[in-house]
Design a protein around this ligand. Structure first.
Ligand SMILES: Nc1nc2c(ncn2[C@@H]2O[C@H](COP(=O)(O)OP(=O)(O)OP(=O)(O)O)[C@@H](O)[C@H]2O)c(=O)[nH]1
Ligand SMILES: [Mg+2]
Length: 350
């Protein structure tokens, strides 16, 4: 199989370089928008960056932009082919055998595979690369709270005058947490209500709770919505000085999570302090929130910044707001200013 020079993974179509000495058939690529092996009635393959060149390379008649044809490809399948501007969508039957045949056919014609098609090729209705990235991001945002801000982005960017937003601006970095859920890791002594807190936030039993230390033996992860922000919540086993066997191994696993945490919740209750062994594993410079649990039993130790009691209704909502605010401040939740909402290494911006 000959493969022409692959195009970098996530460029907008308008930015795709034509390889040196390239004619219209150079740098052709293909990508699946339906997952391989999915059993839909129709699969969708996108080809680019040049529709006429792609059709010629496949030995098919040219199609005008905006037009669709049903074509019979001998030995492969009957398929619907739609041309959107310069992107070509090929829709054969979605069965695995047909898809294998279609992929072999396209690859035999020297198209390079892209893991993900450029957003402009998936959203041909978009009038700019920025709008295509916005539509792609809308389809992936984990937190519904991202939707109004995303819809406002094309017009926000059109007003940019003077300082251009940068990928690492704090508001942009925080806003991207509404797209890819941040990791929140909960640590603390055993039997102080860490797993009960997760269950209360999730509204269902995600973690095992019991009135004895060492109940959680491995970390438990769940997606939990906190005041509009979806986070990956990792509940870890309580840290005991004399942990051994499986419990010690589980503690090792949860320690390995700490460097990846966007926020570490260091928990205490009225009777127990955080053992120094855990404190030593905090990632330097990592964001830490000190949380007091079971505050109905008295003032939690460890100088907590926020207290929760599952016996008092109002503390849970206030706690969720506090955690959300540490990860995504109000300005980034409702931002109408231009933001780098796409992965910064994927595209250079408008
Ligand atoms: N009074 C009171 N009890 C609570 C509260 N939250 C949890 N508990 C009780 O505290 C006990 C321990 O709860 P868990 O959630 O299992 O504690 P844990 O910190 O996950 O324990 P390990 O998994 O052993 O580390 C259970 O009996 C809970 O019912 C609270 O807000 N107030
Ligand atoms: Mg637990």
């Amino acid at each position: 199989m000959t493969v022409s020079r692959p195009v970098p993974r996530t460029m907008g179509t308008s930015q795709m370089p034509a390889p040196d000495g390239a004619g219209p058939e150079a740098g052709l690529w293909w990508s699946l928008t339906t997952p391989a092996g999915a059993r839909g009635a129709l699969a969708c393959m996108v080809l680019g960056p040049n529709a006429s060149g792609a059709l010629r390379r496949l030995g098919l008649p040219d199609i005008e932009p905006g037009k669709a044809r049903v074509l019979d490809v001998p030995g492969v399948d009957q398929m619907v082919i739609v041309r959107w501007g310069e992107a070509l969508h090929i829709m054969p039957h979605g069965g695995p055998a047909v898809m294998r045949g279609v992929i072999a056919w396209v690859e035999s014609r020297a198209f390079a595979r892209l893991p993900e098609p450029p957003p402009r090729a998936i959203y041909p209705e978009a009038s700019s690369d920025l709008e295509a990235w916005m539509l792609r991001t809308l389809a992936r945002a984990a937190s519904p709270a991202a939707i109004p801000t995303l819809l406002a982005q094309p017009s926000a960017w059109s007003r940019v005058d003077g300082r251009r937003p940068l990928p690492d601006d704090p508001l942009s970095r925080e806003f991207r947490r509404l797209i890819e859920p941040p990791l929140v890791v909960v640590v603390g002594p055993p039997n102080i209500g860490k797993s009960s807190l997760l269950n209360a936030l999730a509204g269902r039993r995600v973690a095992i709770v019991a009135d004895e230390p060492g109940t959680t033996r491995d970390h438990v992860g769940a997606l939990v919505e906190l005041d509009g922000l979806v986070v990956r919540w990792a509940d870890t086993p309580g840290v005991r000085a004399n942990a051994g066997g499986a419990e010690a191994a589980a503690l090792e696993v949860s320690r390995a999570l700490l460097p990846h945490a966007d926020l570490l919740l260091v928990c205490s209750d009225p009777g127990d302090q955080l053992p120094p062994a855990v404190a030593e594993t905090f990632p330097p410079g990592g964001d830490v929130l000190r949380v007091g649990l079971r505050s109905d039993l008295g003032r939690p130790l460890g100088d907590p910044e926020v207290c929760v009691s599952l016996k008092a209704d109002d503390t849970l909502a206030a706690f969720a707001r506090r955690v959300r605010g540490r990860l995504v401040r109000d300005g980034a939740m409702k931002g109408l200013e231009p933001l780098w909402f796409w992965p910064p290494d994927a595209w250079g911006g408008p």
